[in-house]
Design a protein around this ligand. Structure first.
Ligand code: DSN
Length: 431
């Protein structure tokens, strides 16, 4: 494989090989990452990349799109079969552009939207002031409760009735509990608001029939395709038929140009895989693994926000073990364990070095790791964080120097060797 790349561009070839090695030897606990199948990867590396096909199936602005039309139609048909949506647009390039298209389609600049605050588990594109969403639209935010770490729907209702937003947004990138789609919809109906769900993190768990879907209830639903859904990097927007034209027009010609047809082919392949019964088994295991990992970490004295998880992720307060989030992320990385630092609700620390890390199980479950392995992984996290807490000299270093210092910590080095030996027993490709 990759013979031509090796011959024509040995520098990039070498980087790809080293990245594959990093992925094979490392423990991937970043909650938004996954490993795609060879078939998904192959679809991305095809001549479909060469085509321009602005427009939609049967209505393109370039010639030669008969086969691309078939690809996009099959991708849409499979998305509809998987999620049971009325209409789907498979062209969004990624999650934030998909959300931009939803706002652009259904709101005017300055319109009020109610969404979950970023530091309480929301997303930048859900109205954060540094993001286009917070700059163009008038976001008001709901939060989780301090005592429980959970969203209180009575509180959401109070805010909605007081603020009367034009749109209510439900969705998250760092919240580990179920959302009650029906209650969100009932609140929106009281004030005549549009309902928008961003299911980027949990789309695979919904497709795998492990979590309730907002699609029967909500007006519009966006998702990325590369997280729990285990497809190529990209996104789709699903909506009720009555919003189809607005959504399609907002995306093209409103925001995007030519769709990425090779990626849409890979989305179709991923949807086919997700329609298999084995994907339901996979999704179930992702959630079982997350529950077990959270339970083990709590048993070892870590504070997990909301005391557990209903999905694939958890946010762990690393200051509960004496280590700031950035230091925990770097120390774990030095041990070959990837995760992403995260704010915790009501975080007294700044976002660059917050209190927590977010962990997730989609990628390790794809590799075949199961319940018993979660105990081993929690044990490694415990050892690394214990070592980092004791390593005060490394704690105040910056950037690469901090990582280098943790890499030379003997306790962390030992964990890295164990992680590598363990991970090499689990192949990267599931099919
Ligand atoms: N960056 C993604 C995540 O990690 O959740 C969200 O866009």
């Amino acid at each position: 494989m990759m013979d031509n790349l090796k011959k024509n561009d040995p520098a990039i070839f070498d980087m790809v090989v080293r990245e594959q090695q990093r992925q094979e030897e490392g423990m991937e606990l970043i909650a938004s990452e996954n490993y795609v199948s060879r078939a998904v990867l192959e679809a991305m590396g095809t001549v479909l990349n060469n085509k321009y096909s602005e427009g939609y199936v049967g209505k393109r602005y370039y010639a030669g799109n008969e086969i691309v039309d078939e690809v996009e139609q099959l991708c849409m048909d499979r998305a509809r079969a998987l999620f049971g949506c009325e209409h789907v647009n498979v062209q969004p390039l990624s999650g934030s552009p998909a959300n931009a298209a939803v706002y652009f389609a259904l709101l005017k600049p300055g319109d009020k939207v109610l969404g979950l605050a970023l530091d309480h588990g929301g997303h930048l594109s859900h109205g954060h002031p540094v993001n286009f969403s917070g700059m163009l639209y008038n976001f008001t935010q709901y939060m989780v409760e301090k005592e429980t770490g959970r969203i209180n729907m009575d509180r959401v209702r109070e805010i909605a009735l007081r603020e009367r937003p034009k749109m209510i947004l439900a969705g998250f990138s760092a919240y580990s509990r179920n959302l009650d789609w029906k209650i969100f919809k009932a609140i929106a109906d009281e004030i005549g608001a549009i309902t928008f769900a961003d299911i980027a993190h949990i789309a695979g768990l919904i497709a795998g029939k492990q979590l309730d879907s907002p699609i029967p209830h909500f007006d519009v639903v966006s998702t990325t395709t590369h997280k729990t859904l285990r497809g190529p990097r990209g996104a789709i927007i699903m909506c009720k038929e009555k919003f189809a034209k607005q959504i399609d027009t907002a995306l093209f010609p409103g925001l995007q140009g030519g769709p990425h047809d090779h990626i849409n082919a890979a989305k179709a392949v991923a949807f086919k895989e997700a329609l298999e019964p084995s994907f339901q088994t996979y999704s179930k295991k992702v959630m079982e693994n997350a529950k077990m990992l959270a339970a083990e970490l709590m048993r070892l004295g870590f504070k997990v926000i909301s005391d557990g998880t209903d999905n694939h992720l958890m946010v762990v307060d690393m200051t509960s073990r004496g280590v700031p989030g950035l230091n925990a992320e770097r120390a774990l990385d030095a041990a070959g364990i990837s995760c992403s630092r995260s704010t915790i609700p009501f975080d007294p620390r700044k976002p660059f070095n917050p209190s927590g890390v977010r962990l997730g199980t989609p990628a390790i479950t794809t590799r075949g790791m199961g319940n018993d392995h979660m105990k081993i992984i929690a044990g490694w996290i415990d050892r690394v964080v214990t070592a980092a807490a004791a390593d005060k000299a490394s704690e105040s270093l910056k950037g690469p120097e901090m990582t280098a210092a943790y890499k030379s910590n003997s306790a962390i080095k030992k964990v890295k060797e164990e992680v590598k030996e363990f991970c090499l027993k689990f192949p990267l490709f599931h099919s």
